[in-house]
Write a protein of this length. Structure first.
Length: 239
């Protein structure tokens, strides 16, 4: 199922995820050098393989299994995505650092796995990523910090090679039943006049960061519910 595209959820989707959620997991002083802490050790420490086994149990909206990607495969996608974003001009300029992160960046000391699905008929791509092995308090703080960061970079323009696209990000309520989940919608206007939306939701369950996404030209109608369903399934598996 076009595994290469599923790994990154598409260039536009990843950019939207990076800017829409403004996740600072890759560079925050609290998490950049984070290793499994005493608090994190109190929760179950999942290996890459164990997280992959959990993802294999999560189903897409049509009941089919996700196309899974290992932590190693996710890591292999980081540099190309970061290099692409680094070539872009991002306005406001203060949002440049946020945009260059990419939401799939691996954190030292963590384990991860993901899965994705493409609804060709509906035009929506969905995905979920699980990250384990980091300080639970730091993860929760990051989810909360995303709210202020998303507000600061609510309207962004990305330009490269004479082409530009705009992104507008708003928080979305009620996406998931997981306590303290935070969710955002990024409306993306592409250079050719097309538009699409990316929904991304973050939550922490027993020391595991759950990231769920839905992106596509038709995501407005079903994206929030699709991302929330993936998150709820993942949370139920983490014990």
């Amino acid at each position: 199922m076009y595994k290469k595209s599923l790994l990154g959820l598409g260039v536009v989707a990843l950019v939207g995820m990076a800017l829409g959620a403004c996740s600072d997991l890759g560079t925050s002083p609290d998490t950049a050098s984070a290793q499994p802490s005493e608090k994190a050790a109190q929760a179950k420490q999942y290996s890459n393989g164990e997280l992959l086994d959990l993802v294999k149990q999560i189903k897409a909206a049509d009941g089919t299994s996700l196309t899974t990607v290992s932590g190693e495969e996710l890591s292999s996608q980081e540099n190309p995505m970061k290099e692409l974003l680094a070539l872009m001009t991002i306005e406001p300029a203060e949002c440049k650092a946020l945009g260059a992160l990419g939401s799939s960046e691996t954190i030292a000391g963590s384990t991860t796995a993901g899965g994705a699905s493409v609804d060709t008929a509906g035009g929506v791509m969905t995905g979920v990523t699980l990250t384990s092995g980091l300080d639970a308090d730091a993860l929760r703080n990051t989810v909360q910090n995303n709210k202020s960061q998303a507000a600061a970079c609510e309207n962004i323009t990305l330009s490269m090679a004479g082409q530009s696209m705009t992104m507008t990000t708003k928080p979305v309520e009620g996406v998931s039943s997981v306590p303290d989940a935070a969710a955002y919608k990024t409306a993306i206007s592409l250079p050719d006049g097309r538009a699409q939306s990316t929904f991304i939701a973050y939550a922490v369950k027993d020391g595991v960061l759950i990231t769920a996404t839905a992106s596509g030209q038709n995501a407005d109608a079903t994206g929030a519910a699709a991302a929330g369903a993936l998150m709820d399934q993942a949370a139920a598996l983490i014990k």
